[in-house]
Structures are given as C-alpha cells and as structure tokens.
Design a protein around this ligand. Structure first.
Ligand code: ATP
Ligand code: MG
Length: 267
C-alpha cells in the first residue's frame, strides 16, 4: 500500500558514490517546485550535501532527520523552508552517521522511516517527497526504499556505470518481496554525459539495452555550472537558468511529470 494517495515518495539511490544522486534530488525538486508542485527533500545522507546545496547552514541542522527518526523532536520542527517557493527540506547532520548502527539494534530496523511517515498525515500536503540516499546499501537506504513508492537510479556515464547495479536491483527485489511490494522503478537517469567522449555514447547504448523503457529520454550533460552551484548554496536552476545543466533538469522534470500523469490516467 502506498502511504499517501496523492503524495509520491521517491528514493534517489545508487550505492556507487558521486553519480549525481544529490544533484538530481536538488534540481529535480527545484524544477518541480517552480511548476507549483509542493516538494519535500529529505537529506538521508550523513554527508549532508543536499542540505548544503539547498542553502541550509551547518548550525541550522540540529533538528535534522536523525533527531526526527529517534524521536528527539517533532516533524514540523525538522522541516526547513528554502529560498525556493514550494520547496522544503529536512536536513541531515553528521549525527545521522550513527543511525546505521542504531537502526541495526531495533525491531523496526527497515521500517522506521515508513512508520514515521505513517504517523504524520500532514505530509499528504506535499505532492512529492524526494529522499536523497547515501552511497551505500545499508539500513538508511533500506529504510528509504521501504518508505517509498518508487526509486530513481542515477547512473554516471563512465566505464563502471553498470557495475554494482545488479546488486542494487537485487536489493530492490528483496524490499519488494519482504517489505514493500508496491515499490516501483521510477527510472534510470544517465548523468554527466560528455558529448565529446565516445565512452558516454557507449555507456548510454549499454544502459538503454539493459533497462529499455525504464531509462529516461532526458540525459543530464556534464556541465561545470552544475558543479559550481552547490558552493553558492543554490540549485543550478537558480544559479544559472540558461545553462545546459539547468535546461536538462527542467526537461527531466517535464518528462517525469508526463510519465506520472499518464500513469495516473491509467490507474
Ligand atoms: N551533470 C554534472 N556535471 C558536472 N558535475 C556534476 C554533474 N552532476 C554532479 N556533478 C558533480 O559531481 C559531484 C558528485 O555529484 P553528487 O554529489 O550529486 O553525487 P552523489 O551521487 O550524490 O554523491 P554521493 O554518493 O557522495 O552522495 C559533485 O561535485 C557534483 O557537483
Ligand atoms: Mg549525495
């Protein structure tokens, strides 16, 4: 069962590091917010990159997703507004690094986040909740998958792109079989595509052969403005709307919304 009828919860996941998970969470969320969707980003990575990229200062992260998970403050206190209308974030602080071990010692070790969502019906006021996962398939990621309606998988257009993906797919299957049978694959997203590099093209061919329809038509190019934006505490769409990176994330949001509207019509 989905937790909320009209709120889609999406984990952005790949246990490989540096493939564009956080960049995708921040910029897809921003693009959706600019077309009036109400969006919540949950920073579920102790590195706190999504919090930084959305302009949340370190000192402002005391009421974070960790304190929320372990009942140290209520949900409303953990939700921070951002400079972007319609876009809120629950930040992560370094405290979250303790969660892997703490979760492993409790009964609802994989369902803690899901239970938290279920107890907070006001979340139904969001259209989308995006969970930025850490680069690991530990308890944090399992919690995210168990609490989600779908999973989006960014793949960097590099030689090892597909390495480890079968492990991720097995994990998704395990979650579907044991905890969350409705978990869908939202799509596979090719990131950091370099037009000048033949390898990007080869990786794209491989990934499309492997995942077919599941791969988004939109491809995110390697673009220096994307990598500059987080140091200004801004999504690239606010930092430089006209650059190729911003335009790609706007196209991704359009493709995503289109797909979801079509699915809703079929349902
Ligand atoms: N399309 C892009 N073009 C250029 N640089 C990019 C692009 N996407 C991401 N980057 C940069 O690559 C680095 C890794 O991206 P990001 O942090 O989004 O990956 P991640 O998968 O969240 O990493 P981690 O696994 O550590 O959480 C960052 O410095 C980011 O700014
Ligand atoms: Mg990240």
């Amino acid at each position: 069962m989905n937790i909320f009828q009209n709120t889609k919860i999406i984990s952005i996941t790949n246990q490989k590091g540096g493939v564009g998970k956080t960049t995708t969470a921040i910029n897809l969320a921003t693009a959706l917010a600019t077309v009036d969707k109400k969006v919540l980003v949950i920073d579920f990575d102790p590195q706190g990159n999504a919090s930084t990229g959305l302009g949340i200062e370190q000192d402002d992260r005391i009421k974070d997703i960790y304190s929320l998970l372990f009942n140290k403050n209520n949900f409303h206190e953990a939700i921070h507004t951002t400079k972007i209308k319609n876009l809120d974030v629950i930040p992560a602080s370094i405290d979250l690094s303790a969660a892997e071990i703490e979760l492993s010692n409790i009964d609802d070790k994989t369902l803690k986040l899901r239970h938290l969502f279920e107890k907070n019906s006001f979340l139904a006021g969001y259209d989308y909740i995006l969970i930025d996962c850490p680069p690991a398939l530990g308890f944090l990621t399992l919690n995210a998958l168990c609490a989600s309606d779908s999973v989006m998988i960014p793949l960097q257009c590099e030689f090892f792109a597909l390495e480890g993906v079968s492990h991720l797919m097995n994990t998704i299957q395990l979650v579907q079989q044991n905890f969350n049978k409705n978990l869908q694959i939202e799509g596979v997203l090719l990131t950091m595509y370099d037009r000048r590099n033949k390898l990007s093209e080869l990786v794209e061919d491989d990934v499309r052969k492997c995942f077919g329809e599941l791969v988004f038509n939109t491809v995110i190019p390697r673009n220096v403005r994307i990598s500059e934006a987080p140091s200004h505490g801004k999504p690239v769409i606010l930092y430089d709307l006209d650059c190729m990176g911003s335009q790609a994330y706007i196209n991704l949001a359009a493709e995503f919304l289109n797909k979801n509207d079509l699915l809703q019509q079929v349902a």
